[in-house]
Design a protein around this ligand. Structure first.
Ligand SMILES: *Cc1c(COP(=O)(O)O)cnc(C)c1O
Length: 410
């Protein structure tokens, strides 16, 4: 069975992380080296996670209570919750599902005299065309924050240079993961300094905690190879467990009610050192291979099936979603054919505040209701990718035929 996801880290790197956690690392030095590597201009900052840095950002900005933050309507739940915890109001803006960007007329409609910031998420491994959004936001005096958590495509691209803040995640399911960590680029030196002061007040992630994370994923990445994974799925079925739920809760970054306390930590020395190494040594042909396989799949499927993000820029296909009317049936057929397509994922449509109930969010809801994520990673041979496409086409019962225009990667 082809598992839905391969952790993008080799056993060698995990072993090195274990070694560093046991031996200890000079944290300040590791932090400086990593940040200098990421951002030689001095505008980079490392965090434990994107959520940690996002939390520090609002703390540092100290916007007046009740200020509104326009945000792409689909993200992980914690992102909107962090905004709320700072007594700000996230205002979800519906998406254009082909580009996965916020719809500009809706942005205009959502703007009020309380709007202070715009958060744009680059979802599924492609990029939103941010220039028009930047121009629009700047003309209204908004801070522009880019959530590039799913869109790492090499250290040459650190976000749009005009964006105020660009955030990249190296959490366990992300590209080039160090099983934690995030890198930010913050344009305004004053804001960067304030964010540093916020982070310095937080406790440091213990080496033991990071060690435990490393060990958990060491065994997880063995499990997520095709043969052990197939056995695991069979075993779960036999015992009556929902393997979907088991995987999903095991890879959750900061579970539990006290997640906000958990994100408010500084990254440990070994995490910083391992992330630095991962970026220095990352094999970018892996990314190219994944992007290429995604494009093969897109080419075959997009004539008949709608693929969200098909018109995004620089597509690397971190995940490959399709939007269908019969998601359950397609998922079952794929699983029978040996492809662990997933209906569960960690994203939600951000709730509007009571009273904002009439915000149009139809596209975002349609996406989450009918989305199936297909497995795609460098290790999958092209013929498996083509066979998967055949299974999808065979199980698909179309209502409308959609021919999508596509942009090549790069
Ligand atoms: C993973 C993810 C995050 C959170 O990243 P962490 O580093 O795990 O906090 C935020 N936004 C999006 C879109 C993500 O996919």
């Amino acid at each position: 069975m082809w598992p839905r996801k391969r952790f993008d880290i080799a056993m060698y790197d995990i072993a090195l992380g274990v070694f560093l956690s046991l031996k200890g690392v000079r944290r300040e030095l590791a932090r400086r080296r990593l940040e200098d590597f990421w951002a030689p201009q001095g505008d980079g900052m490392a965090f434990l996670s994107v959520r940690s840095g996002f939390d520090a950002l609002w703390e540092a900005l100290a916007l007046p209570e009740g200020s509104e933050v326009l945000i792409t309507a689909v993200n992980i739940p914690h992102m909107a919750e962090i905004i709320r915890r700072h007594r700000l109001v996230p205002v979800p803006v519906d998406l254009d599902l082909a580009t996965m960007g916020p719809q500009v007329p809706l942005l205009q409609a959502a703007l009020s005299d309380k709007s202070r910031a715009l958060v744009v998420a680059h979802l599924f491994g492609g990029q939103v065309h941010v220039e028009p959004l930047l121009r629009w936001a700047k003309s209204h005096g908004l801070w522009v924050i880019e959530d590039c958590a799913q869109a790492f495509c090499g250290k040459e691209y650190r976000g749009h240079p005009e964006a105020d803040v660009s955030m990249f995640s190296f959490g366990s399911i992300k590209t080039a993961t160090a099983l934690g960590g995030a890198l930010f680029r913050v344009r305004d030196p004053d804001l960067l300094e304030k964010m540093r002061l916020v982070q310095q007040r937080w406790p440091v992630q213990s080496r033991l905690r990071y060690l435990r994370t490393l060990l958990k994923y060491a065994w997880f990445s063995v499990l997520c190879r095709p043969i052990p994974f197939g056995t695991f799925v069979l075993g779960c079925r036999w015992l009556g467990f929902d393997y979907d739920q088991i995987i999903h809760s095991a890879v959750r970054g900061f579970p539990g009610e006290d997640w906000l306390l958990k994100i408010r930590h500084q990254p440990s020395g070994p995490l910083l050192a391992l992330l630095h190494r991962r970026l220095r040594k990352y094999d970018y042909t892996r990314l190219l291979r994944r992007a290429h396989k995604g494009e093969i799949l897109l080419e075959i499927l997009s004539q008949r099936v709608f693929c969200p993000g098909c018109q995004a820029l620089r597509r690397t296909h971190w995940v490959f979603p399709i939007l269908v009317e019969n998601p359950m049936e397609i998922t079952t057929r794929l699983q029978q054919a040996g492809f662990d397509a997933a209906r569960t994922h960690s994203m939600i449509v951000i709730d509007p505040r009571p009273g904002q109930g009439n915000l149009p969010l139809g596209e975002a809801r349609r996406l989450l209701a009918g989305m199936v994520c297909l497995p795609i990673y460098p290790e999958m041979p092209d013929r498996a990718v083509r066979r998967m496409a055949d299974v999808v086409l065979g199980a698909y019962r179309p209502r409308a035929i959609l021919v999508a225009k596509t942009h090549p990667v790069g």
